[in-house]
Design a protein around this ligand. Structure first.
Ligand code: SDX
Length: 428
């Protein structure tokens, strides 16, 4: 392929360099477009065809259903590594040695105590508040207790900010759940691993011992690994663009939490369960909901289906579906919702509408079924997604700042009124 792209406009030719990545992805660098064409820009709503940056963190191949972090296949990472091991890889670029991982885990634990004054903020929320709204606010509130902005040129400063947020985020996330249910706010238990601690934070009540189920821990560890990073998705792009203004890491992460909340993004895992429960309530009439999803006059979408990048199976959906089967077998569980999900998938994948549009189950289609089996309330599903995605947001923010990327400021095609004179009241 040529290393130049030619654009012809009004009889003039303009050349732009073409770059190719190690996975044979090709990009046309149009950074000189506006300057060389006296103001011409490209237009690409939703950035479906636009690369915002170069990145070394995650590689996706939507046609082949490939997902790799720093070159390692997601299938290997979920089977052979722990959540924090993958977090270290995603953030720092290499798998940690045993000693590095132990230090990382210990340093994270050393930051698991949240300032007691944060509790005044938690109880300031009504019990009915959605936990994603609370989590975004609590994350932003961390800036009040950590006013300094991370010195990106100091390895130590960056490392400390990373282990601090990894230590405090699960506490804040579960405090939102505890607030919803009028339960006392738990402290982290540094004698436990990251996932075990997350579960005791969520479920432990002071009047009883909390027994940790290793099968549940394994399923949750695997599920959260699958969420760690996903290149330039909506919430990650939000974290990068907020950070590009010089805003601190915690403020940028708070914005990412809000972006993830949307039902077209991370909020889909909650919407999937609500959809499956509606189908169950409606007598399991899968065909009716498939027809609704295909009906252009009906705003209903098959939640958990379709993806901006994957035009083949989302590799994460495959892994999660197997994990759900294993968990249900191990715990001897039976949930009609899982059967409805499988039936819905089977019917949709045979339907021309979905096949034509290359709509397959995505990461959110089965994840909620596992969360449900673990006793996690539906309102907390997207919070779990945020806990999983935190390492990726951190890694992408760190990469953007280390690369010294410019402030994100897209242009637009103005289609409004041209110049007109002010109208006095009597003429309006
Ligand atoms: C995540 O980007 C990431 O990587 C995200 C994520 C991550 O890890 O960060 O993978 C996590 O957000 C997964 C996606 C979760 N969202 C959902 O499950 C919500 C349901 N899915 C969609 O709304 C949709 O598929 C998107 C938002 C995921 C992708 O939308 P696109 O790429 O912008 O596609 P589109 O909206 O332009 O749809 C193309 C066609 C349209 O039909 P036509 O106009 O061509 O006739 O497909 C149809 C759409 O109507 N379509 C669907 C559909 N998704 C797309 N029709 C019915 N049900 C659906 N779910």
């Amino acid at each position: 392929m040529s290393d130049k792209a030619i654009l012809e406009l009004d009889g003039k030719k303009f050349e732009f360099p073409v770059f190719k990545g190690p996975e044979n992805e090709t990009a046309i660098d149009i950074s000189t477009l506006r300057g060389s064409t006296n103001g011409v820009i490209t237009l690409d709503p939703g950035f479906k065809n636009t690369g915002s940056c170069e990145s070394k963190i995650t590689f996706l191949d939507g046609e082949k259903g490939i997902l790799r972090h720093r070159g390692y296949a997601i299938e290997e990472l979920t089977k052979k590594a722990s959540f924090l091991e993958v977090a270290f890889l995603v953030i720092f670029g290499e798998l940690p040695t045993k000693a590095e991982l132990k230090k990382f885990e210990d340093d994270i634990k050393s930051h698991s105590l949240v300032n007691e004054e944060m509790k005044d903020i938690v109880v300031g929320f009504p019990k009915s508040a959605h936990p994603m709204g609370m989590l975004s606010s609590f994350t932003s509130a961390l800036t009040s207790f950590n006013p300094g902005v991370v010195d990106i040129n100091s390895k130590e400063d960056m490392y400390n900010a990373i282990v601090k947020i990894l230590g405090k985020f699960p506490v804040l996330a579960t405090w939102a759940h505890r607030r919803n249910h009028g339960l006392p706010l738990n402290y982290a238990d540094n004698s436990l691993g990251y996932i075990e601690n997350l579960m005791q934070l969520m479920f432990k009540i002071p009047t009883e011992d909390y027994k940790i189920n290793p099968i549940a821990v394994k399923a949750l560890d695997e599920l959260l690994i699958l969420h760690e990073d996903h290149e330039q998705n909506c919430s990650t792009s939000t974290v990068r663009i907020v950070g590009s203004s010089g805003a601190g890491l915690f403020a940028s992460l708070a914005a990412g939490v809000s972006a993830l909340w949307g039902p077209l993004h991370g909020g889909a895992n909650q919407a999937v369960i609500e959809m499956l429960e509606a189908i169950q309530k409606d007598g399991g009439d899968v065909a009716k909901y498939i027809a609704k999803a295909k009906d252009k006059n009906d705003p209903f979408r098959l939640m958990g289906f379709g993806h901006r990048v994957y035009k083949n199976f989302d590799p994460r959906a495959r892994i999660i579906k197997n994990a759900a089967d294993e968990l249900f077998e191990d715990l001897n569980l039976n949930d009609p919702i899982l059967d409805i999900a499988k039936h819905l998938e089977e019917v949709a994948l045979k339907d021309e509408y979905f096949a034509e549009r290359k709509l397959y189950p995505n990461v959110d289609f089965y994840s909620g079924i596992i969360y449900r089996a673990l006793g996690i309330p539906v309102s907390m599903f997207t919070v779990m997604f945020a806990i999983g995605r935190l390492p990726g947001w951190i890694a992408q923010w760190k990469e953007m700042r280390e690369n010294g990327e410019p402030i994100g400021r897209p242009r637009q095609l103005y289609t409004g009124e041209t110049l007109r004179s002010f109208l006095p009241f009597e003429k309006r």
